[in-house]
Every structure is written in structure tokens, then in C-alpha cells.
Design a protein around this ligand. Structure first.
Ligand code: NAD
Ligand code: UDP
Length: 392
């Protein structure tokens, strides 16, 4: 590995790496590839079944000059479920980052088998090849492994609900609390928890060098899809894309079960800074499980809907609807077996101590840049789709 001119947090030179990034064509992967190409000399073997979100990194625009990062990124279209090329790519790399997953809540209760296979079974060979070949692994888990907070089981009027000890989520002490088996929502969290335990055990018994990332609602441009435009008309993406779709179509935003659940949202670009620190500081990141979120950006889903309505009106110049939201039951919206995480505040002690990282962007600012992107990218296509539907 050649030196890069970059130094790590302890002042040591960082050597150029080859990174096998599985799930590189998704939302997080596309931002991580962008960052690695723009700011580092590392090479990326980008593995995914789709490449649309990283097309701009792979091919020069028509008539444009060649890309500044040359051939440092190579796309390998393969499904890790059943492709023997995976082990070879892992062997060629210094670091493996696994992002591949089914990770949209609408799938957890309606496609529980696919969800469990994707998040546990399909990740097994990746862990095995890393362990057998002595390769470092950064695995993407989820904040959802915490499940519900202890506070949610206290009486509604209990003053203890205000005590952070009952709701702040800490990597090394918080329990993982899921609903009953028929609440299939938890199939995802449970599969992610088991793969975390397996990776941890590979570290303990076989010396696997690993880092586990638990993202807390990372949002920004290129997240999921807009139904009927760049995804299935009946598809249900995560909340940012659902609400963007409603705003683009001038429809009320749908609040599931009153929109009382709370979330902390972090700007994708802040979160990617944390991942780059993990990549380039193995001695500080190995063996760690990291919460990556922004505890200062907490809102109820209802408040998120109200803020997105205001921000969208500002960036699009369109007046908000008179009735901007409507209530919908979770059964109607997601079907049988849905359940929800009540509140998700990440404890930041471990990531602060190990990597000195903190998020920077306020919820208003991140929504402003994201909704500017959504409006610029989709408004015209949505308008055309609506007029075509009216005409037919
Ligand atoms: P995403 O769906 O945009 O990206 C996942 C990518 O993996 C997709 O491009 C998909 O095509 C690819 N993939 C899935 N199965 C594959 C297979 N068998 N072979 C090859 N490629 C495959 O999701 P994302 O938001 O970028 O999330 C990435 C990871 O982070 C996931 O593991 C997810 O569980 C975790 N995560 C993300 C968030 C968030 O806030 N975005 C929150 C919690 C956890
Ligand atoms: N939600 C909503 N309306 C929508 C989409 C989602 O009220 O159109 C709610 C959902 O029930 C959950 C929250 O928004 O309480 C966040 O959902 P998301 O799909 O982003 O994933 P989660 O944070 O639950 O993993």
C-alpha cells in the first residue's frame, strides 16, 4: 500500500487502500463513493445489482472530459446471494464495507423472509470470507437493533419518561427490545442483531477486525425513490421519500398513527465524514460498535411533516396546501404486522471518544438542501406524469 499524503487522527501516514464496497449503488454507498473519489486516493471495487446512483462517478458526461479519479472506481454488477466472484473481490481488497440490505420498513412486515435472508443469510459469506482471509470489515447494521425504549413501557404520565436513562440509546449498555413474533416489523432488527452478534463472535474467537455502524435515520439526496418516477408506483420508500413524493404531487403528507413517533435525522454528508474517519483510523475503529446520528435533530414525524411542508414551499415557491397532513392507520399504510420504534436518540460518547466526530447540520438546513435537490430532480417529471395520467 503506497502512502497517500494524508495522516490519521494520531498523525500516522495513511496508506492507499483498495476497498470492496458491497451495496455501493445505494443511497449511503453513492455518497461514500463520491467522498472517496473526491477527497482520497483509495480505490473502490463497487459491488451492487444497480449502478444508477453512481453512474456520474463511472462514466464521463456526454462530450465531457475524463473523470478526475480515472479508473479508481470499478463497478461489479453482482448479486451477493449467488455469485462466486464475491470471494475473489474480497481477497483483492484491504477493507470490505458491507451496505447491502433490504432496509425499507414497508418490506419488513410484508416480505419478512426476503428481509431476514438479505440482512442475515446473505451477509454470512461476506463475514466468513473476511474472517478466513484476514480482511477488515466495516458492517452496516442499524439503530433499529435497539428496538423500543425502556421509557415506552412506563405509564404515559410517569416523570421517569423524562429521564434520559430510559430513552438515550447506548451501544454498550442499552438492551434490544423488540415486539412479539407476529409483529413482523422486527424481522429486520432481529436479523441485523444476529449478524452483529456473529461478527462480534468472529472478532472474539477468530480475531476478525471489524467495525459495526448503527445509522440513525441518515437522510439526503438520492435516498430511495419517488414512486412512479424512478421506482414502482405502488412502492413505499422511507419517510423522506414518502413526504417528498407527497409534496411534489401536491398531496397531503400521510401521518402514520398520528405521527407521534420521534426520530433524530442526520444529514448524509455529516454521517459520511464519520465513516471516512472509521476507514482511515482502523486502530481507533476496530472492535467498536458506533452510533452515528444527530441527537440535536429530534422531531416527531408530525413535526418533520410540518417542517418539510414549510421548507418545500420556500424552495419551490409554491404555497402549502390548506390541509397539509392527513392521518392514516399503520395497518392501512403498511399492512398487518407493522410496529414502530417510539424514540431514537443516539448516545455519542463512544464515537466522540474514539474518533472525535460530531454532526454539524441542523434539520432545517439539511431539509433545505435535500428538498432543493428533490424539486430540481423530480418536479418536472412528476408534473408530466400527472398530466399524462389525467389525459389517459
Ligand atoms: P439502499 O437500499 O439505498 O442501499 C442498499 C444497496 O444494497 C442497494 O443499492 C441494493 O441494490 C444493494 N443490495 C441489496 N442486496 C444486494 C445483493 N444481494 N447483492 C448486491 N447488492 C445488493 O440503503 P441505504 O440507506 O444506503 O443503507 C445501506 C445500509 O445501511 C443498509 O445495510 C441499511 O440496513 C443500513 N442503514 C441505513 C439507514 C439510513 O438511515 N439510511 C438506517 C439504518 C441502517
Ligand atoms: N411514516 C409516516 N408517513 C410516511 C412514511 C413514514 O408517518 O409516509 C413514519 C413511520 O411510521 C415511522 C417514521 O415515519 O414512524 C420513519 O419511517 P421510515 O420509513 O423513515 O423508517 P424508520 O425510521 O421507521 O426506520
Amino acid at each position: 500500500m503506497a502512502s497517500t499524503g494524508r495522516v490519521d487522527l494520531d498523525g500516522r501516514p495513511i496508506k492507499a487502500m483498495t476497498i470492496c464496497m458491497i451495496g455501493a449503488g445505494g443511497f449511503i454507498g453513492s455518497h461514500l463513493c463520491e467522498k472517496l473519489m473526491a477527497e482520497t486516493p483509495h480505490k473502490v471495487l463497487a459491488v451492487d445489482v444497480y449502478s444508477d446512483k453512481i453512474k456520474h462517478l463511472l462514466e464521463p458526461q456526454s462530450g465531457g472530459a475524463s473523470l478526475p479519479w480515472g479508473d479508481r472506481i470499478q463497478f461489479h454488477r453482482l448479486n451477493i446471494k449467488n455469485d462466486s466472484r464475491l470471494e475473489g473481490l474480497i481477497k483483492m481488497s484491504d477493507l470490505i464495507i458491507n451496505l447491502a440490505a433490504i432496509c425499507t420498513p414497508a418490506d419488513y412486515n410484508t416480505r419478512p423472509l426476503d428481509t431476514i435472508y438479505s440482512n442475515f443469510i446473505d451477509a454470512l459469506p461476506v463475514v466468513k470470507y473476511c474472517s478466513e482471509n484476514g480482511k477488515r470489515l466495516i458492517h452496516f447494521s442499524t439503530c433499529e437493533v435497539y428496538g423500543k425504549t425502556i421509557g415506552s413501557f412506563l405509564p404515559k404520565d410517569s416523570p421517569l419518561r423524562q429521564d434520559p436513562i430510559y430513552y438515550v440509546l447506548k451501544e454498550d449498555t442499552s438492551p434490544c427490545i423488540f415486539g412479539s413474533i407476529e409483529k413482523q416489523r422486527w424481522s429486520y432488527a432481529c436479523a441485523k442483531q444476529l449478524i452483529e452478534r456473529l461478527i462480534y463472535a468472529e472478532g472474539a474467537e477468530n480475531g476478525l477486525e471489524f467495525t459495526i455502524v448503527r445509522p440513525f435515520n441518515w437522510i439526503g439526496p438520492r435516498m430511495d425513490f419517488i414512486p412512479g418516477i424512478d421506482g414502482p408506483s405502488e412502492g413505499v420508500p422511507r419517510v423522506l421519500a414518502c413526504f417528498s413524493n407527497n409534496l411534489l404531487r401536491h398531496e397531503p403528507l400521510k401521518l402514520v398513527d398520528g405521527g407521534q413517533s420521534q426520530r433524530t435525522f442526520i444529514y448524509i454528508k455529516d454521517a459520511i465524514e464519520a465513516v471516512l474517519l472509521m476507514i482511515e483510523n482502523p486502530t481507533r475503529a476496530n472492535g467498536q460498535i458506533f452510533n452515528v446520528g444527530n441527537p440535536d435533530n429530534e422531531v416527531t414525524v408530525r413535526q418533520l411533516a410540518e417542517m418539510m411542508t414549510q421548507v418545500y414551499s420556500k424552495v419551490s415557491g409554491e404555497a402549502p396546501l390548506e390541509v397539509p397532513t392527513i392521518d392514516v392507520s399503520s395497518k392501512e399504510f403498511y399492512g398487518e404486522g407493522y410496529d414502530d420504534s417510539d424514540k431514537r436518540i443516539p448516545d455519542m460518547t463512544i464515537i466522540n471518544r474514539q474518533l472525535g466526530w460530531n454532526p454539524k447540520t441542523s434539520l432545517w438546513d439539511l431539509l433545505e438542501s435535500t428538498l432543493t435537490y428533490q424539486h430540481r430532480t423530480y418536479a418536472e417529471a412528476v408534473k408530466q406524469a400527472i398530466s399524462k395520467a389525467v389525459a389517459s
